[in-house]
Design a protein around this ligand. Structure first.
Ligand code: NAP
Length: 245
């Protein structure tokens, strides 16, 4: 992937950081978007530069369509033509459906699903003109299995699978691939807040008996973004230790 330019949303921490670093190790120059944690974003930039990448971090709320467009323009101006888009930015606001506020439902959809749509819409005209590009969306096994307490999150992630398959069909003839990676239970800030009982319950559902690492997800993303996966589009690759078989 030498010399390719990759854009990873939510690249300041967790899975997004691991994806950014992996793509840098594979030879990409990498831009990351983040919501607000500048220090974390700066740490990722330092790791990317250590890996030999030109790197750029932009604060951008992907739920804001105009901000997403502006970020894509800035990445192209500073680094060059984007070849790989990874929609990884995501949030949770868990709670049982009957007590979930409309605001909490909408906020998760706005970032996880509409945010990915905004990024795709901003990049697609560029990819279509160049007849090249790969898009990888980070969904979740929650979107495939459902998960009590995650009506908003599971809906957003199921929607992301529909979005992946639809865009894959829309642009397959233009040399653009669109795939999704569905992590199971991965060790990041998102899961660090879980109490011991919830953690044990989660682990019990993983046939491999261990929590996944952000790097496990990054390896799958890097494959789908590479030329080795050029005949793969519209797929959902699970990285879940067998959680959803
Ligand atoms: P995380 O550690 O909470 O990191 C979330 C990242 O998204 C951060 O970089 C954050 O930026 C960014 N972000 C949040 N809202 C944003 C917004 N509105 N605009 C732009 N960036 C935004 O999450 P993670 O565990 O690495 O998860 C990454 C992705 O994997 C998510 O889509 C998540 O749903 C999915 N996933 C995770 C797991 C898991 O077990 N961890 C399982 C399945 C799927 P700041 O640092 O600035 O806040």
């Amino acid at each position: 992937m030498k010399g390719k330019i990759a854009l990873v949303t939510g690249g300041s921490r967790g899975i997004g950081r691991a994806i950014a670093v992996k793509l840098a190790q594979e030879g990409c120059d990498v831009a990351i978007l983040y919501a607000g944690r500048k220090e974390a974003a700066d740490e990722t930039v330092a790791l990317l530069e250590q890996a030999g990448s030109r790197a750029l971090a932009i604060q951008c709320n992907v739920a804001d369509g105009a901000a997403a467009e502006a970020a894509v323009r800035e990445v192209e101006a500073q680094l060059g033509p984007i070849a790989v888009l990874v929609n990884n930015a995501g949030i949770v606001r868990d709670g049982l459906a009957m007590r979930m506020s409309s605001e909490d439902f909408r906020a998760v959809l706005d970032v996880n699903l509409t945010g990915a749509f905004h990024m795709i819409r901003a990049c697609l005209p560029l990819f279509i003109r160049r007849r090249a590009g790969s898009i990888v969306n980070i969904t979740s096994v929650s979107g495939m299995m459902g998960n009590p307490g995650q009506a908003n999150y599971a809906s957003s992630k199921a929607g992301l699978i529909g979005l992946t398959k639809t865009i894959a069909r829309e642009v397959a003839s233009r040399g653009i691939t669109v795939n999704a990676v569905a992590p199971g239970f991965i060790e990041t800030d998102m899961t660090a807040g879980m109490n011991e009982a919830a953690l044990q319950k989660g682990l019990a559902a993983v046939p491999m008996g261990r929590i996944g690492k952000p790097e496990d997800v990054a390896n799958a993303v890097s494959f789908l973004a590479s030329d080795a996966a050029s005949y793969i589009t519209g797929c959902v690759l699970k990285v879940d230790g067998g959680m959803y078989i």
